[in-house]
Design a protein around this ligand. Sequence first.
Ligand SMILES: [Zn+2]
Length: 374
Amino acid sequence: MNGNASPILNRKREIQTEGAGVVYEGKNLTSLLLRQSETLSDEERIFLVECYTHYGGDFFEKNTSDNKIIPFAAHVLIDLECDVDFWREKHNFYVKRNQAIKDLLESIFATMSDFQCESVTLTENFAVLLATNTCIGCFSSGDVDLSADISERGKIVDWFRSFNFLSNDPPQSIREYSGQSMQFFNPDSIDGGFWINVIWKPVTRAFLVQDKYDVRLSKDRLLARTLGKSSIRILDDTSLLYFCALHISAGHYFTLTPGLRLFVDIDRLARSPRIDWDNIVKWELEDNAGIRISMMMYLVAKVFNTPIPEKVYSKALQSRRNRRFARYLLNRNTNEVQSNSSRLRRLYVELASDDKNLMTNFLIRFLRLVMSRI
Ligand SMILES: [Zn+2]
């Protein structure tokens, strides 16, 4: 963008770029730019405006583009009256695009019963956007995710074909298809092609025992709701929150790419008045999910200042081992989340997320020792 060139050089040492974002004077900028502007405190608003004035629009444009958070940041910056015309143009692009995505989903779901499908529900971030009725512009993924029962895959293939969404897999191989998800693409849809993913498992990941999650999701999918006159099916808010948290903790190891952008879903849903927090606590226990849900809630409560009841995440901080894990995932001083990844780190996250036992305690100590030396 033009104008507003910033005197970056003399303050450069104050910027620390991480995979998860930028820390400026001890605070994480990315998490602030991902917030709903009405939830920002006066202090946070002043801090952002100061930072914007100091660094200028070019810096913010590059940073938000690198972190793929343009529409969210644009929304906040419009509200803070920073280069309003520039950011409104950016934001409007996403409003139009995302409205087209919603219209597409509307027309697809309207014909669901013609193909005798019963389980298909929209899930993850676009589902959260619609369920919470938040700004349609604030979504920047290149695809949407649906959840469905694998027994319906043949019908789903026919259904999507009627909208020219075709899977990579040739039809004759679908019967043998044993993956956890299928991707459908229409090259003429939404400005140069659009992907719809259909996911058969609660989390697409090998070697994760997820039978209990599977049973719960199958049951909840059949009870999914539609919004107003819409045909789009979405899990009820509590179930959507639970499975989004599980997806981030088990599928993305809490903080790995796309990092903080995933936290947005939890923040928006947690602010819904329809969340049954007792069920969130109960389901984590019933499904032997360890601290995957509670730790996720803790991270979002701290990074986004989301009003999540403490009873929902107290389990994540209950033992010394859990508190060390929390400190590994989140630097409370800067509000930065851990964005490094390696097999060893993922194994540590996996073990630390599980319920406590002596063997894993021993392994975790060993892993931490090795990690501290590489
Ligand atoms: Zn917006």
